[in-house]
Ligand binder design. Sequence first.
Ligand code: FAD
Ligand code: MLT
Ligand code: ZN
Length: 494
Amino acid sequence: MRGTVRQGEDDRGEDQRGENRLIADLVAALGADHVLVDRDLTAGYETDWTGAFTGRAAAVARPASTGEVAAVLRVCAAHGRPVVPQGGNTGLVGGSVPAGAATGAVVLSLRRLTAIDPVDTAAGLVTAAAGATLADVQTHLRTAGYTIGVDLAARDSATLGGIAATNAGGERVLRHGMTRSQIAGLEAVLADGRLVRRLSGLPKDNVGYDLPALLVGSEGTLGVITRVQLRLIGLPRARTAALIAMADLTAAVNLVALLRATVGSLDAVELMFDDGITLVCDHQGLPTPFPGRISPVHNTPYLLVECVGRTDPADELATVLETAAGVLHVAVATTAMDRRRLWTYRDGHTAAVNALGVPVKLDVAVPLTRITAFVDDLPALVRAVTPSARLHLWGHLAEANLHVNITGPDRDDTRSRETLAGAILTRAAADGGSIGAEHGVGRAKMPWIGMSRSPDELAVMTAVKHALDPAGLLNPGVLVPPYGIGRAADPALP
Ligand code: FAD
Ligand code: MLT
Ligand code: ZN
């Protein structure tokens, strides 16, 4: 018995010495100021934006260059310690924090890699370090008369590296596609320190596998992205936004098809409902958009439409809306201030819902032909599991992407939360939809990944991961089951 106790003490002592050696080697690589171990300093890196995922990190490493990123990976590999890459920590599927299989990992924060290169107008490209925020890149480009085809409400914190690593969607996918289609090149450090670097800016360069495209959407599991090159978009001269209250969701879906077919300047079509807008108004102390004109009985759907062009697109949009079926009320915004006001109703949803408690956060795609029936059936699906839960719906209607959030079940009520998620994701998959439209899989959607990818596809993904990261160093538990270093570190495994 005493021997066993002493053995435990020896193990703990050895663990502590191992931890100390890891920290000492990280400090040797980055300097003491950029290796955080104090709980007050690491806490903000250890819990995700929603508050659903949390875990202790061995340390937070804050490199300032590609070379320092490679050094951190080498140290962690030598110590058998997993690594969780992190940008702005705005990800919504738990992939950016050292939780689950990655508990005790080193968080590799990219936030010190912030340099943005001068705008390359000849090639039509901008290149920036992975830790530059989307808002900083947008500001940098605006002064030169450009923007990029990616935008989302987390723009002030989300980084280019995180946006690339999640292949983020957002509010401009209708015209520009997902992030992958805006990325012209990138630089990434693989788990063993090798570099993938495709930043030539050449639009034609067909020489073998498209490795940058493979890294886009890899959620920190295949490499650490250090630089991102994006296509420039000319800043539109004129913009018009319109908030449109619709008779019902079928009319909203039909209006999307009509706008797509007839309004060439169409740039965004976002979906909200009256209860969501009311929640945002309560959260931010805003007036409702159509006071006294919306029936509180019927949960009216709204479309937020934006058109852009060289000349004012307001007339083009108004002409279509005047005769479109199911349009109840329209608020048009042509000034920047009025447009921002309308977009606040849309962009305020995530924070307003989170203020009610840690939501069950789902992000599905359902074919537009089935989306009305799906939405109609959701309240009963939710009630069957948790009668008192509250359902929140919004999304990117042009891309058939619905954000289904449920508040009510306690953060630690794993059973109710997983039953709810399982029921809704099963229904989305049965409708020919996707269990992860734009946020990715992370840790949150791993139990259901097989609903959207076949066993053969999952086996290929696993083979790719093992080929690029044979030791299992990077973000264990995300996208493929943990193995090697990741499995050895998983506290839940024997
Ligand atoms: P993080 O959260 O830090 O990381 C996300 C994932 O990428 C993790 O798996 C992490 O390991 C990995 N990662 C991060 N940086 C790197 C890197 N340099 N190299 C390798 N891997 C890396 N998403 C959408 O698609 N559309 C939206 O409309 C949208 N709106 C949002 C609105 C709000 C208010 C919030 C909070 C989030 C929203 N998101 C949206 C989630 C979205 O995924 C992120 O905002 C963004 O893409 C993540 O960037 P980040 O820098 O915060 O990455
Ligand atoms: C959105 O479109 O609002 C985002 O993807 C964030 C979310 O789903 O909360
Ligand atoms: Zn979204």
